[in-house]
Design a protein around this ligand. Structure first.
Ligand SMILES: C[C@H](O)CC(=O)SCCNC(=O)CCNC(=O)[C@H](O)C(C)(C)COP(=O)(O)OP(=O)(O)OC[C@H]1O[C@@H](n2cnc3c(N)ncnc32)[C@H](O)[C@@H]1OP(=O)(O)O
Length: 704
């Protein structure tokens, strides 16, 4: 039997395949035409020279719909009925609508029933003003069967689509355009060419969207909502504004109840709540004006802090011990600023202005003019004590005396002065002009006024402050010390360094504990370790791995070799050589690798690295070092790069549950030692089923 119509396909030099429905007199859709449409599509999707598709009808008619004359053949069984849904779902939805290449329908004349349905499965519709579009199926005692009941309401709205279907009432191209069923109106002569251009424009938009998707995945692989946003934008481009709006509305609704949204809302409010500090900001004190700032030490931290200050228009006096160090410090500040100019974040003019706010000093003569001093010299208690005694002598009596120490007890630093009420910690995170957190440390002597003043400075230099109590490591470093500690412990027990780092970055950390140790430098890591060992010996794991590597002149990124090698600029490559050190460290620790640890999933690894962090965060909270759990969430996000979409360590901990965390820690404590011992705060909350972040009944001990 001769075929009842077919489609023809022609591929132009522009990469557009024009598929024409040919079945005179009205280009009705016989089964043959539909199968031929399928074949043409498949060929177009396969061919490399085809970028986009236009579907049209021969002789100024798109299509009069399903071939009514074959109804009888179907009834009599003369032609076999395709399996239910084959045309509507397999061909029109999966193949046409779901195609990776965009298609546009070019409509003139009739576009009825199955014809309109084919055009609605395309990604856009261009028509002439006089074209006739409708779904008249009900006239024949049937209903639209190729997706019309679903696609038309999305394009023209419920009321209009009901009218068009129930009354079998077609509309003209003009009205279809107003309703959004048709995307553009053109004269019959321009029809196919306009449709070609439209299809190519969708291709270009798709390329841009593809790039945006890749970027979004690279930035935060765990996040779904940026990709959904791109999908929704694409829907609008491809299927018109109404379809786009529907997709937007549905996606919005879904995201509103997502964990990501809940976590990010928590971060939003928690960040604002950090500057509400009981016993300081609730006393009605106004911040005093700070007109000049002095910074002691032009090293990495000092120069970073000075950069942050001059960028926010504070005149800065940088003091060093000799000309050479001073110049080196000033050069570092210049380099910090220049990097901003290079990245286009700052004009040359702004650069000059910022630099003009900086002056250098070798002595204390000009310190009588300053309102705030930030000491950022090396971590040496004796040196700091001497400096604070000098500052008391040379600075005006109202001047705030801040230290950028990251670990040393402030009472020790100020021991030789009578200025305890104006001594405060201003702990910045490296690089200080980039990292957004400022940990303000107050002792029992620090005045509320000084805290209020420093909060104001923090706001002006665009840092997120958290106000914490005084102890070794304060809140942030204390909380994150166990991050590297547990990683080092598990490496001794047989786990792979790079597997741990990978699990952490997949979880959403900017870098794993070993890449971080490389960045910070092993010297700092060991010095900090000593402080902890002195103060919290029961929960320090004495890994020899870092000291062994240091003996071999591997001390992290600065020496181009640490846990990774750094041949190229900053690019970290795993280094098989580290196995020698690891084996040595393992034999010194006298442990036998635990075969079970090798089988762990990424989720297990993340728990092993982060549950000790949560445990320490609980101690910090219990001791009153932090005022509230949400401050620790902010500290973890802004100080260590904990993924904000997980809400911070405490909120994340609560999403897992105190009981589970407690159980795991207790089990590991039995197996691997006291480092994992769950603290009493965690134990109590696990037993009573109270969230970790819920305020205690007797909130905040007298520590602050
Ligand atoms: C699954 C899907 O949802 C189901 C469907 O698509 S069902 C089909 C839906 N389509 C329709 O109902 C359209 C029916 N056709 C019409 O209403 C009118 O024919 C029309 C408005 C298209 C044209 O009207 P008009 O210009 O007066 O010409 P008319 O004489 O009716 O038709 C011209 C020829 O085309 C044929 N024809 C029209 N529509 C046809 C169709 N869908 N299938 C097969 N042949 C069709 C007519 O039988 C006629 O053939 P003839 O010359 O051999 O007698």
């Amino acid at each position: 039997m001769a075929a009842k119509g077919a489609t023809e396909m022609e591929v132009g030099g522009d990469g557009v395949a024009v598929i024409t429905i040919c079945n005179p007199p009205v280009n009705s859709l016989s089964i043959d035409v539909l199968l031929s449409l399928k074949e043409s599509y498949e060929e177009a999707l396969q061919r490399k020279d085809v970028k986009a598709i236009v579907v049209t009808g021969k002789g100024g008619k798109f299509s009069g719909g399903f071939d009514i004359s074959s109804f009888g053949d179907l009834h009599s069984g003369k032609i076999e009925q395709p399996k239910v849904g084959y045309i509507s779902i397999d061909i029109l939805t999966e193949l046409l609508e779901g195609a990776t290449k965009p298609s546009v329908a070019a409509i003139d004349g009739l576009c009825l029933g199955g014809g309109l349905e084919v055009s609605m499965a395309c990604h856009a519709r261009i028509s002439t003003p006089t074209a006739q579009l409708g779904l008249p199926e009900l006239q024949l005692g049937i209903i639209p069967g190729f997706g019309g009941t679903q696609r038309l309401p999305r394009l023209v709205g419920l009321t209009k689509s009901l009218e068009m279907m129930l009354l079998s009432k077609p509309i003209k191209g003009e009205e279809a355009h107003q309703l959004g069923l048709v995307d553009s109106l053109v004269s019959p002569n321009d029809l196919v060419n306009t449709a070609r251009r439209w299809a190519l424009d969708i291709c270009e938009a798709r390329e841009i969207l593809k790039f945006a998707r890749a970027q979004a995945r690279k930035q935060a692989a765990n996040l779904e909502h940026p990709l959904i946003c791109i999908d929704v934008i694409e829907e609008g481009i491809v299927s018109g504004p109404r379809a786009g709006l529907w997709k937007e509305a549905n996606a919005f609704q879904g995201l509103l109840f997502s964990d990501t949204c809940k976590s990010l809302l928590h971060v939003f409010f928690s960040q604002r709540a950090t500057s509400k500090v009981p016993g300081a900001t609730d006393l009605g004190l106004m911040p005093r004006k700070i007109t000049k700032v002095a910074i002691l030490g032009g090293g990495l931290m000092g120069s970073g802090i000075a950069t942050a200050m001059i960028l926010s228009n504070y005149p800065v006096l940088l003091k060093e011990v000799n000309e050479k160090f001073l110049n080196a410090g000033i050069d570092r500040i210049k380099a910090n600023l220049q990097s901003r100019v290079r990245k286009g974040k700052m004009t040359e003019e702004r650069y000059g202005k910022a630099l003009s706010l900086l002056s250098g000093a070798l002595g204390y003569e000009k310190f009588k003019e300053v309102d705030l001093v930030i000491e950022a010299v090396i971590e040496n208690v004796k040196l700091k004590q001497q400096i604070f005694a000098d500052l008391e002598k040379y600075c005006p009596s109202h001047c705030i005396l801040a230290t950028n120490t990251s670990t040393i007890d402030l009472n020790l630093i100020g021991e030789k002065t009578k200025s305890q009420d104006r001594i405060v910690g201003a702990h910045f995170f490296s690089p200080a002009h980039v990292m957004p957190l400022l940990e303000i440390v107050r002792t029992q002597h620090t005045s509320a006024q000084v805290v209020v003043d420093l909060l104001d400075v923090g706001k002006r230099i665009k840092k997120t402050p958290i106000v914490v109590g005084n102890c070794t490591g304060f809140a942030v470093n204390r909380m994150f010390f166990p991050y590297t500690q547990s990683a080092l412990l598990f490496v001794d027990y047989g786990m792979d360094v790079y597997k741990i780092d990978r699990a952490c970055t997949k979880f959403g950390m900017p870098m794993g504990p070993f890449r971080l140790a490389d960045l910070v430098g092993f010297g700092v890591a060991v010095a900090t370790g000593m402080q902890y060992l002195e103060n919290f010996p029961e929960r320090v794991y004495k890994s020899m791995l870092i000291p062994i590597m240091m003996e071999d002149k591997r001390s992290g990124e600065a020496s181009r070799k640490g846990f990774y090698k750094y041949e190229d600029k900053r690019k970290a490559t795993p280094d098989p050589e580290i196995m020698t050190y690891i084996q040595k460290s393992r034999s010194m620790a006298g442990v036998t690798p635990d075969a079970e640890l090798m089988k762990l999933s990424d989720k297990d690894i993340v728990e092993m690295v982060f549950f000790p962090v949560i445990n320490e965060a609980c101690r910090v909270l219990d001791e009153g070092i932090a005022v509230k759990a949400s401050d620790l969430d902010i500290a973890s996000i802004f100080g260590m790069g904990f993924p904000p979409y997980r809400g911070g360590v405490m909120l994340w901990g609560d999403s897992i549950g105190a009981k589970y965390i407690h159980g795991k820690l207790a089990e590991w404590a039995k197996r691997y030692g006291s480092f994992f011992e769950p603290c009493s705060y965690l134990a109590e909350r696990a037993a009573k089923g109270i969230p970790l972040s819920a305020p205690a009944a007797s909130q905040v001990k007298a520590r602050l």
